[in-house]
Design a protein around this ligand. Sequence first.
Ligand code: NAP
Length: 334
Amino acid sequence: MDYRKVSGSDMKVSVIALGTWAFGNDCWWGHQDDAKSCDVLSEAIASGINLIDTAPIYGRGHSEEVVGKFLQKQGLREQVILATKLGLKWEDKNPKIFHDLTPAKMLEEIDASRKRLRTDYIDIYQVHWPDPDNPIGKTAETMHKFYQKGIIRAVGVSNYSVGQMQEFKKYCPLHTLQPQYSMFERSIESEVVPFCTESNIAIFAYAPLYAGILTGKFFLDNVPIPNDVNRKVKQIELTEPRFSINKEFFKKLKNIASSYGKTLTQLAINWNFNQEGITLAIVGTRSVTQLKDNLGSTDWQISPDDMEKIKELLEWRKEMCIGTGRDLSDKKIK
Ligand SMILES: NC(=O)c1ccc[n+]([C@@H]2O[C@H](COP(=O)([O-])OP(=O)(O)OC[C@H]3O[C@@H](n4cnc5c(N)ncnc54)[C@H](OP(=O)(O)O)[C@@H]3O)[C@@H](O)[C@H]2O)c1
């Protein structure tokens, strides 16, 4: 496992991190057994993954609870870098979620997260999404207070544009950005990545498997199409005409993966954390079987020639997809 430094901190993070959204056992990812989540945590840490990414909104506190309870019980808190988030809230019996980055709510949230995670401090504390109703400067000032108090070791934002990061940095040091990034969602490449590189901001890429699509399993392995229909990417990519285009794409990509003795999943993750400016890939992992596969993405290199072939294949797919549905890479940050 390779580790990379988070600039401005003393932390070195593994090139793959464990994403724990599914541990929330919520409507987005469907049923997830806590015992199975604990097996994944145990095996991931034993295998050298040192960053665990969670958020209060994942299962409305449940993902943080599972992670916190596990780390306390196993005495592993000091061995991991815990990354969580703030800024989204929920109400009982209301399926909707809301932004809330008022300073009072932020203070309440950090205490609630520390309690669920059973820790005094959070290693990387990330603003989950910008809140259109609260100025970025105010959010950054509150984050700065947490940082100065030493209850967070590094400051992060997620789903921020360059302009939003520039504003944030006027009031608070910024160590990490967590954007969506994968072979199928590359909108950060043009502006966000160069800005972060120049500004020494580490990039933690989320959804590197594009919510599981890049495993290729739905196209080549006859894995039944899941019914978690609220994942828009799945609705689009698993429906014709995209389905057939994707199937063709994965057949070609698999030839490259196989030439290294690797799976499509391993190729997609390795490609991800080896792209310009990317520090690590946060891979959502629900079972030890998936984890073992995902760990095979580390400790090898895709050759420059094959990187070029992958680039051409992605361009081919992009052309084929024109006019076949909403291009998710055009999504605007609210
Ligand atoms: N900051 C944000 O706004 C934000 C947003 C989204 C995610 N995140 C973070 O990023 C993490 C990763 O994103 P994500 O979970 O949405 O998407 P992802 O990592 O692209 O995909 C994860 C899903 O792919 C499937 N999978 C993973 N490994 C597999 C394997 N080896 N073989 C077959 N299937 C496999 C699993 O789902 P199935 O078994 O159900 O197919 C898994 O839940 C999250 O857990 C969270 O920590 C952050």
